[in-house]
Design a protein around this ligand. Structure first.
Ligand code: PGA
Length: 251
């Protein structure tokens, strides 16, 4: 059985000062729930990570970064290494979010390197893939997903605790969500690519999250799909009550 994972992606939101009231309200909302069946994680901006981790760890919540560099150290102005994140207790990171691909020159190649070094360093990579509206409209969804996934797994003999997030670009922050069927189809396709390379035993353990305007009103239908193991949630993770409601639905 794959344990569900609900991951919030705060993007460039939330000040350090806001964190303690956020976690207080969030944990109050879930005070009467037994949460052991669902893993909860927030991907916070770099500067917020240390404080977020301090507040979240006692609540059984994980904190991840939103990016990382693949080199250990060196002349990479503005970048943060895996070692630096681990030093403050952060052991997971998003990789290749579509906003990083779109605005910051992230490529399949850099995503592949990052995933590889994360796995070697005991850092959980949450690797993001997804097609654009044009890809979908020209029936290229599977082709694009295959290219992105092939790049990620090309150098991996073992996928360790890799998590994949399927995030159709046209659904991110747009209010448009993939239908349950569209999402399931993409998730099943992604899982089949892992089955081809690593076999059924490995692929059946891989967690694949759905992202793209996931919210309290649609998360249940998505999670009912056999290949959807959780969510990567942007907008709806900024409000503690909304995200807590999604966690309750995932339980
Ligand atoms: P959204 O963002 O939930 O606001 O669409 C999801 C994401 O970008 O991870």
């Amino acid at each position: 059985m794959r344990k569900r994972l609900l991951a919030g992606n705060w993007k460039m939101n939330k000040s350090i000062a806001e964190l303690s009231s956020f976690f207080e309200s969030f944990s109050k909302e879930l005070a009467n729930e037994k949460r052991e069946n669902v893993e909860v994680l927030f991907a916070a901006p770099y500067l917020q990570l240390a404080e977020a981790n301090k507040l979240a760890s006692s609540l059984g919540i994980k904190i991840a970064s939103q990016n990382v560099h693949f080199e250990e150290s060196g002349a990479y102005t503005g970048e943060v290494s895996i070692g630096m994140l681990k030093e403050i207790g952060v052991n997971a990171t998003l990789i290749g979010h579509s906003e990083r691909r779109q605005y910051f020159g992230e490529t399949d190649e850099s995503v592949s390197k990052k995933v590889e070094v994360c796995l070697k360093s005991g850092m959980t990579p949450i690797a993001c893939v997804g097609e654009t509206k044009e890809d979908r409209e020209s029936n290229k969804t599977e082709e694009v997903l295959k290219t992105q996934i092939d790049a990620i797994i090309s150098k991996l003999d073992d996928i360790g605790d890799l998590v994949v997030a399927y995030e159709p670009v046209w659904a991110i922050g747009t209010g448009l969500t993939a239908s349950n069927e569209q999402a399931q189809q993409a998730h099943a396709f992604i899982r089949s690519l892992f089955t081809e390379k690593y076999g059924k035993e490995v692929s059946s353990k891989l967690r694949i999250l759905y992202g793209g305007s996931a919210k309290p009103s649609n998360i249940e239908g998505l999670l009912e799909q056999p290949d959807i193991d959780g969510g990567l949630v942007g907008g709806a993770s900024l409000k503690p009550a909304d995200f807590a409601e999604m966690v309750k639905k995932a339980l």
